[in-house]
Ligand binder design. Structure first.
Ligand code: ADE
Length: 414
């Protein structure tokens, strides 16, 4: 069944773009009927007046309910099933992809969308109130964003394009609707690349040319989550962190996250070459494979929306460093050797969830306490550990690239 869209405006020419591109094609292919009406056709005075001054005073003009009433009585099609009177206004509910999906559902079922484009200070409030009481009519006031336009026409174009492209047959590839930003998983889309592989010194990421579909899917998911965390952290409220034990198959992703996070906890003056060498030696895929096999170690990882965003690694056993062995009070003991979260997920509760699960796992092993070493100058990390019950019990010094570094040794009972 073909649904219909009727737009009422005092500037019907504003809606000419509805004849172009995918929406225009959808119309000519009979996938949707769209008509644009001039509100002034329903005026009765010589000046074709549509507005008047507001009762109660104030700036601007308000659109008259009597003119709108005549227009909407004519345009609302009694034969259509479900009818939605859509009123674009900055005072409306946010228009989202979910709204677009709902409205597309109305059109798919052969229903009608009537878009009432207001100008000036809006439409007399009784219009929305009146049509909300009409049998089979749903009134929806929607805003396309927190800014003010001169009228509803541009918002109508936005809404109609977002809705019509969801109708069956409008887009060539139905999958592109599923995977795009604001799709069903509520994430922003991953970045996309095409030919040429190298452009102005910028390369397409190797993984996308690897032909390894699993790695490509994981990379895209990681980039989508990273972008969402950076640009729209509010969207991640629907995706709380899930913490689980790492499995052998996680070695690659652990190495990726370790490589992306290790430098963040290093002293600021540590040479990049030393950091690179440490990452290559201790945080490679091979090393993580070995860590995951080592019965003395346990690794947990935190996932947000299916992407790994942080991990911890603990090692049970007697501390090798005699200074640490002397500082740590109880036995047996374990070291919280790694605790890293990607920077865009800091202050989001991911690290706290990871730490809580890590301490629980240590308790399950019957350990009386756990220790860690943290760079003495890493105030942020020290605050985080203190919040999770760790207190300084000593320090340890060690050489990195010929320089001496000093860690605080922190401990907490379990
Ligand atoms: N009319 C004016 N501003 C608008 C907005 N932000 N959204 C929808 N309709 C509008």
């Amino acid at each position: 069944m073909t649904g219909r869209v009727d737009v009422v405006s005092i500037f019907p020419d504003y809606l000419a773009p509805l004849e172009l591109s995918l929406v225009g094609k959808a119309r000519t292919r009979g996938l949707v009927d769209i008509a644009v009406h001039d509100l002034r056709d329903w005026t009765t005075d010589r000046h074709r007046t549509v507005d008047d001054t507001p009762f109660g005073g104030g700036a601007g003009m308000v659109m008259r309910p009597d003119v709108w009433g005549e227009a909407l009585d004519t345009v609302l099609a009694p034969e259509a099933g479900e009818r939605v009177l859509l009123v674009p206004t900055p005072a409306g509910q946010p228009f989202t992809q979910r709204t677009a999906e709902e409205l597309a559902g109305v059109l798919e079922a052969g229903g009608q969308l009537v878009v009432a484009c207001g100008r000036y200070e809006g439409i007399d409030a009784r219009v929305a109130e009146h049509y909300a009481t009409r049998e089979g009519v749903q009134v929806r006031e929607v805003s396309i964003g927190d800014y003010v336009l001169n009228g509803g026409e541009v918002a109508a174009l936005v809404v109609i394009e977002a809705v019509v492209r969801l109708l069956p047959g409008v887009l060539g590839n139905a999958a592109s609707v599923v995977e795009e930003s604001h799709g069903s998983d509520g994430l922003l889309e991953h970045p996309a690349y095409t030919q040429p592989p190298s452009w102005r010194g910028l390369e397409v990421p190797d993984v996308l040319r690897s032909g390894d579909h699993g790695r490509v899917a994981r990379w895209r998911r990681a980039r989508a989550v990273e972008r969402t965390a950076r640009v729209r952290p509010d969207l991640l409220a629907a995706h709380p962190a899930a913490v689980r034990a790492a499995r052998p198959a996680d070695a690659e992703v652990l190495a990726e996250v370790a490589g992306a996070t290790f430098a963040l906890a290093c002293p600021p003056d540590m040479p990049a070459a030393d950091i690179e060498e440490f990452v290559a030696t201790h945080l490679s895929v091979e090393r993580f494979r070995a860590y995951l096999k080592d019965r003395r170690r346990w690794l947990l990882l935190a996932e947000v929306a299916g992407a790994v965003v942080g991990y911890t690694m603990c090692v049970a056993g007697e501390p090798e460093d005699p200074d640490v062995a002397a500082a740590v009070p109880d036995r047996p003991t374990a070291e919280l050797s790694k605790c890293y979260v990607l920077p865009e997920h800091h202050r989001s509760g991911v690290a706290a969830a990871l730490m809580t699960a890590t301490l629980d796992a240590a308790r399950e092993r019957g350990l009386p306490g756990i220790w860690l070493g943290v760079n003495g100058r890493n105030e942020r990390a020290k605050r985080f550990y203190a919040k999770h019950g760790f207190a300084r019990v000593g320090d340890r010094t060690f050489a990195v690239g010929g320089r001496r570094e000093c860690d605080d040794v922190m401990y907490r009972t379990l």
